[in-house]
Design a binder for this molecule. Structure first.
Ligand code: ZN
Length: 294
Protein backbone atom coordinates (compact mmCIF):
# COMPACT_ATOMS: atom_id res chain seq x y z
CA UNK A 1 0.00 0.00 0.00
CA UNK A 2 1.27 3.46 -0.89
CA UNK A 3 0.59 6.20 1.63
CA UNK A 4 0.58 9.87 0.72
CA UNK A 5 3.43 10.67 3.15
CA UNK A 6 5.88 8.31 1.47
CA UNK A 7 4.79 9.46 -1.99
CA UNK A 8 5.45 13.05 -0.99
CA UNK A 9 9.02 12.07 -0.06
CA UNK A 10 9.91 10.94 -3.61
CA UNK A 11 12.52 13.49 -4.80
CA UNK A 12 11.58 15.52 -7.89
CA UNK A 13 14.83 14.70 -9.67
CA UNK A 14 16.43 11.75 -11.48
CA UNK A 15 17.35 8.90 -9.12
CA UNK A 16 20.82 8.85 -10.71
CA UNK A 17 22.37 12.34 -10.91
CA UNK A 18 25.62 11.17 -12.59
CA UNK A 19 26.57 13.26 -15.68
CA UNK A 20 26.29 11.57 -19.12
CA UNK A 21 28.86 8.84 -19.87
CA UNK A 22 31.94 10.24 -21.63
CA UNK A 23 32.70 8.81 -25.09
CA UNK A 24 36.21 7.61 -24.26
CA UNK A 25 37.79 5.50 -27.04
CA UNK A 26 38.42 1.77 -26.63
CA UNK A 27 41.99 0.50 -27.02
CA UNK A 28 42.98 0.18 -30.72
CA UNK A 29 42.04 -1.64 -32.87
CA UNK A 30 38.73 -2.07 -31.04
CA UNK A 31 35.71 0.18 -31.54
CA UNK A 32 33.32 -1.38 -29.02
CA UNK A 33 33.60 -3.53 -25.89
CA UNK A 34 32.24 -6.50 -24.00
CA UNK A 35 32.62 -6.77 -20.24
CA UNK A 36 32.68 -10.57 -19.93
CA UNK A 37 31.50 -11.38 -16.42
CA UNK A 38 30.09 -14.25 -14.41
CA UNK A 39 28.27 -14.28 -11.07
CA UNK A 40 29.22 -17.28 -8.94
CA UNK A 41 26.39 -17.52 -6.42
CA UNK A 42 26.42 -21.33 -6.01
CA UNK A 43 23.85 -22.37 -3.34
CA UNK A 44 23.78 -18.84 -1.88
CA UNK A 45 21.52 -17.87 -4.81
CA UNK A 46 18.86 -20.02 -3.10
CA UNK A 47 19.54 -19.45 0.61
CA UNK A 48 19.46 -15.68 -0.04
CA UNK A 49 15.80 -16.03 -0.98
CA UNK A 50 15.02 -18.18 2.07
CA UNK A 51 17.53 -19.63 4.57
CA UNK A 52 15.27 -22.70 4.93
CA UNK A 53 16.24 -23.69 1.40
CA UNK A 54 19.47 -24.97 3.01
CA UNK A 55 17.43 -28.05 3.95
CA UNK A 56 15.75 -28.37 0.51
CA UNK A 57 18.48 -30.43 -1.05
CA UNK A 58 17.24 -30.48 -4.62
CA UNK A 59 16.75 -26.71 -4.65
CA UNK A 60 20.29 -26.42 -3.28
CA UNK A 61 21.55 -28.80 -5.96
CA UNK A 62 20.92 -26.22 -8.68
CA UNK A 63 23.61 -24.10 -7.02
CA UNK A 64 25.81 -27.13 -6.29
CA UNK A 65 26.08 -27.69 -10.05
CA UNK A 66 28.49 -24.75 -10.24
CA UNK A 67 31.34 -26.40 -8.33
CA UNK A 68 30.68 -29.94 -9.59
CA UNK A 69 30.32 -29.21 -13.31
CA UNK A 70 29.47 -25.68 -14.45
CA UNK A 71 32.52 -23.70 -13.40
CA UNK A 72 35.12 -26.28 -14.55
CA UNK A 73 33.39 -26.52 -17.94
CA UNK A 74 33.27 -22.75 -18.34
CA UNK A 75 36.93 -22.40 -17.35
CA UNK A 76 37.83 -25.00 -20.02
CA UNK A 77 35.86 -23.11 -22.63
CA UNK A 78 37.43 -19.74 -21.73
CA UNK A 79 40.89 -21.31 -21.96
CA UNK A 80 40.09 -22.76 -25.39
CA UNK A 81 38.89 -19.36 -26.60
CA UNK A 82 41.83 -17.61 -24.89
CA UNK A 83 39.53 -15.21 -23.01
CA UNK A 84 39.85 -13.65 -19.55
CA UNK A 85 36.72 -12.79 -17.58
CA UNK A 86 35.63 -11.36 -14.25
CA UNK A 87 34.00 -13.70 -11.72
CA UNK A 88 31.97 -12.02 -8.96
CA UNK A 89 31.86 -14.58 -6.14
CA UNK A 90 29.87 -14.52 -2.91
CA UNK A 91 31.92 -14.99 0.27
CA UNK A 92 29.76 -17.96 1.22
CA UNK A 93 30.60 -19.69 -2.09
CA UNK A 94 34.33 -19.20 -1.51
CA UNK A 95 34.03 -20.72 1.99
CA UNK A 96 31.90 -23.65 0.84
CA UNK A 97 33.76 -24.32 -2.43
CA UNK A 98 37.37 -23.21 -1.92
CA UNK A 99 38.74 -25.46 -4.67
CA UNK A 100 36.34 -23.97 -7.20
CA UNK A 101 37.28 -20.42 -6.18
CA UNK A 102 41.00 -21.24 -6.32
CA UNK A 103 40.62 -22.77 -9.79
CA UNK A 104 39.08 -19.54 -11.12
CA UNK A 105 41.96 -17.52 -9.71
CA UNK A 106 44.58 -20.02 -10.93
CA UNK A 107 43.15 -19.76 -14.47
CA UNK A 108 44.05 -16.06 -14.45
CA UNK A 109 40.59 -14.52 -14.17
CA UNK A 110 39.64 -11.48 -12.12
CA UNK A 111 37.78 -12.07 -8.84
CA UNK A 112 35.14 -9.51 -7.81
CA UNK A 113 33.06 -8.91 -4.67
CA UNK A 114 29.48 -10.19 -4.75
CA UNK A 115 28.38 -9.96 -1.10
CA UNK A 116 28.65 -12.76 1.43
CA UNK A 117 25.23 -14.45 1.65
CA UNK A 118 24.07 -12.86 -1.63
CA UNK A 119 21.59 -10.68 0.28
CA UNK A 120 19.99 -8.00 -1.87
CA UNK A 121 21.02 -4.48 -0.79
CA UNK A 122 17.77 -2.74 0.16
CA UNK A 123 17.10 0.56 1.97
CA UNK A 124 17.58 0.32 5.76
CA UNK A 125 18.64 -3.35 5.72
CA UNK A 126 20.85 -3.87 8.79
CA UNK A 127 23.14 -6.44 7.12
CA UNK A 128 24.57 -4.22 4.38
CA UNK A 129 27.90 -3.43 6.07
CA UNK A 130 28.37 -6.98 7.32
CA UNK A 131 27.79 -8.36 3.83
CA UNK A 132 30.49 -6.05 2.50
CA UNK A 133 33.01 -6.63 5.27
CA UNK A 134 32.65 -10.41 5.40
CA UNK A 135 32.95 -10.56 1.60
CA UNK A 136 36.25 -8.65 1.67
CA UNK A 137 37.54 -10.72 4.59
CA UNK A 138 36.91 -14.09 2.90
CA UNK A 139 38.40 -13.07 -0.46
CA UNK A 140 41.54 -11.93 1.33
CA UNK A 141 41.85 -14.88 3.72
CA UNK A 142 40.99 -17.68 1.29
CA UNK A 143 42.35 -16.29 -1.99
CA UNK A 144 44.68 -13.44 -1.08
CA UNK A 145 42.53 -11.16 -3.25
CA UNK A 146 41.66 -7.51 -2.61
CA UNK A 147 38.89 -6.96 -5.17
CA UNK A 148 38.60 -3.73 -7.14
CA UNK A 149 35.18 -4.60 -8.61
CA UNK A 150 31.78 -5.13 -7.01
CA UNK A 151 28.45 -6.40 -8.34
CA UNK A 152 25.38 -6.14 -6.13
CA UNK A 153 23.66 -9.45 -5.32
CA UNK A 154 20.30 -9.52 -7.14
CA UNK A 155 21.34 -6.24 -8.77
CA UNK A 156 19.94 -3.68 -6.33
CA UNK A 157 21.65 -0.59 -4.90
CA UNK A 158 21.20 2.10 -2.28
CA UNK A 159 22.93 5.42 -1.60
CA UNK A 160 24.47 3.94 1.55
CA UNK A 161 26.02 1.19 -0.58
CA UNK A 162 27.38 3.67 -3.14
CA UNK A 163 29.12 5.58 -0.36
CA UNK A 164 30.39 2.44 1.38
CA UNK A 165 32.06 1.13 -1.79
CA UNK A 166 34.12 4.32 -2.07
CA UNK A 167 35.16 4.02 1.59
CA UNK A 168 36.24 0.43 0.98
CA UNK A 169 38.40 1.42 -2.00
CA UNK A 170 36.30 -0.26 -4.69
CA UNK A 171 37.19 1.10 -8.16
CA UNK A 172 34.14 0.01 -10.14
CA UNK A 173 30.69 -1.44 -9.67
CA UNK A 174 28.58 -3.22 -12.27
CA UNK A 175 24.89 -3.26 -11.40
CA UNK A 176 23.01 -0.33 -12.93
CA UNK A 177 20.89 -0.64 -16.08
CA UNK A 178 20.95 2.95 -17.25
CA UNK A 179 23.70 3.25 -19.88
CA UNK A 180 25.69 1.56 -22.65
CA UNK A 181 29.06 3.05 -21.62
CA UNK A 182 31.01 3.30 -18.38
CA UNK A 183 30.38 6.42 -16.32
CA UNK A 184 31.30 7.70 -12.89
CA UNK A 185 28.79 7.78 -10.04
CA UNK A 186 28.00 11.04 -8.29
CA UNK A 187 27.23 10.58 -4.60
CA UNK A 188 24.40 12.43 -2.86
CA UNK A 189 26.91 14.78 -1.19
CA UNK A 190 28.31 15.79 -4.61
CA UNK A 191 31.56 13.80 -4.36
CA UNK A 192 32.86 11.20 -6.81
CA UNK A 193 31.64 7.63 -6.60
CA UNK A 194 32.91 4.45 -8.25
CA UNK A 195 33.02 3.92 -12.01
CA UNK A 196 29.90 2.09 -13.18
CA UNK A 197 30.11 -0.61 -15.85
CA UNK A 198 26.38 -0.86 -16.57
CA UNK A 199 24.76 -4.25 -17.07
CA UNK A 200 23.03 -5.21 -20.34
CA UNK A 201 19.78 -6.80 -19.15
CA UNK A 202 19.41 -9.15 -22.12
CA UNK A 203 22.74 -10.85 -21.29
CA UNK A 204 21.49 -12.18 -17.96
CA UNK A 205 21.40 -15.90 -18.82
CA UNK A 206 19.04 -16.66 -15.92
CA UNK A 207 16.21 -14.82 -17.72
CA UNK A 208 16.16 -17.28 -20.61
CA UNK A 209 17.85 -20.43 -19.42
CA UNK A 210 16.98 -21.60 -15.89
CA UNK A 211 13.65 -22.62 -14.42
CA UNK A 212 13.14 -24.15 -10.98
CA UNK A 213 10.39 -24.60 -8.37
CA UNK A 214 11.32 -21.29 -6.71
CA UNK A 215 12.33 -19.39 -9.86
CA UNK A 216 9.86 -20.48 -12.52
CA UNK A 217 10.11 -19.02 -16.02
CA UNK A 218 10.17 -20.16 -19.65
CA UNK A 219 13.38 -21.59 -21.09
CA UNK A 220 14.27 -20.40 -24.59
CA UNK A 221 16.18 -22.44 -27.17
CA UNK A 222 19.65 -21.59 -28.36
CA UNK A 223 18.55 -20.05 -31.66
CA UNK A 224 16.25 -17.54 -29.97
CA UNK A 225 18.81 -16.40 -27.42
CA UNK A 226 21.71 -16.37 -29.88
CA UNK A 227 19.70 -14.22 -32.27
CA UNK A 228 18.86 -11.79 -29.45
CA UNK A 229 22.44 -11.66 -28.18
CA UNK A 230 23.88 -11.08 -31.68
CA UNK A 231 21.40 -8.29 -32.45
CA UNK A 232 22.15 -6.59 -29.15
CA UNK A 233 25.89 -6.83 -29.85
CA UNK A 234 25.72 -5.71 -33.49
CA UNK A 235 23.71 -2.57 -32.71
CA UNK A 236 26.04 -1.82 -29.78
CA UNK A 237 29.01 -2.15 -32.16
CA UNK A 238 27.38 0.42 -34.46
CA UNK A 239 27.05 2.72 -31.44
CA UNK A 240 30.69 2.19 -30.44
CA UNK A 241 29.42 1.25 -26.99
CA UNK A 242 29.74 -1.65 -24.51
CA UNK A 243 27.77 -4.72 -23.48
CA UNK A 244 28.08 -6.41 -20.09
CA UNK A 245 27.19 -10.06 -19.53
CA UNK A 246 25.73 -11.46 -16.31
CA UNK A 247 26.30 -15.20 -16.65
CA UNK A 248 25.79 -17.82 -13.93
CA UNK A 249 27.63 -21.16 -14.00
CA UNK A 250 24.48 -22.87 -12.67
CA UNK A 251 22.79 -21.78 -15.91
CA UNK A 252 25.47 -21.27 -18.60
CA UNK A 253 27.57 -24.20 -17.36
CA UNK A 254 24.85 -26.69 -18.44
CA UNK A 255 25.43 -28.44 -21.76
CA UNK A 256 22.95 -26.67 -24.02
CA UNK A 257 23.60 -23.26 -22.50
CA UNK A 258 27.37 -23.71 -22.72
CA UNK A 259 27.06 -24.51 -26.41
CA UNK A 260 25.05 -21.30 -26.83
CA UNK A 261 27.64 -19.24 -24.98
CA UNK A 262 30.55 -20.77 -26.90
CA UNK A 263 28.83 -19.93 -30.22
CA UNK A 264 28.15 -16.39 -29.05
CA UNK A 265 31.67 -15.73 -27.76
CA UNK A 266 33.17 -17.19 -30.94
CA UNK A 267 30.94 -14.86 -32.98
CA UNK A 268 32.00 -11.90 -30.82
CA UNK A 269 35.70 -12.73 -31.20
CA UNK A 270 35.34 -13.10 -34.95
CA UNK A 271 33.78 -9.64 -35.24
CA UNK A 272 37.34 -8.39 -34.69
CA UNK A 273 36.28 -4.95 -33.44
CA UNK A 274 34.96 -5.92 -29.97
CA UNK A 275 37.33 -5.58 -27.01
CA UNK A 276 36.44 -8.55 -24.76
CA UNK A 277 37.81 -7.55 -21.39
CA UNK A 278 37.60 -7.84 -17.61
CA UNK A 279 36.04 -5.14 -15.46
CA UNK A 280 39.45 -4.19 -14.13
CA UNK A 281 40.75 -3.57 -17.66
CA UNK A 282 37.71 -1.54 -18.71
CA UNK A 283 37.88 0.57 -15.54
CA UNK A 284 41.61 1.16 -16.13
CA UNK A 285 40.87 2.35 -19.68
CA UNK A 286 38.25 4.75 -18.26
CA UNK A 287 40.66 6.12 -15.64
CA UNK A 288 43.40 6.54 -18.25
CA UNK A 289 41.19 8.80 -20.40
CA UNK A 290 39.59 10.53 -17.41
CA UNK A 291 43.04 11.44 -16.07
CA UNK A 292 44.31 12.52 -19.49
CA UNK A 293 41.29 14.80 -19.98
CA UNK A 294 41.39 16.33 -16.51
ZN1 ZN B 1 24.44 -13.24 -7.91
Amino acid sequence: MQDSNSLARIPLQPANMAPPAPEFPWPAPFTSAMFLSFDVDAESAWTAKNAQHAERLVTMSYGGFEARVGTPKLLDMLRQLDLRATFFITGWSVEAHPAMAESILAAGHEIGHHGYYHLMPDPDEPFLQEELERGFEVLKRRLGVVPTGYRAPSGEFTEELRQSLVRHGITYSSSFRDDVRPYRHLLADGTRGTIELPVTASYDDWMHGLSTRFSARSIFPKEHVLSMWKDELDETRDWGAMVTTVLHPQCSGRPMRLRLLRDFLTYTKNCGDVWIATGEEIAANYIHHETAGA
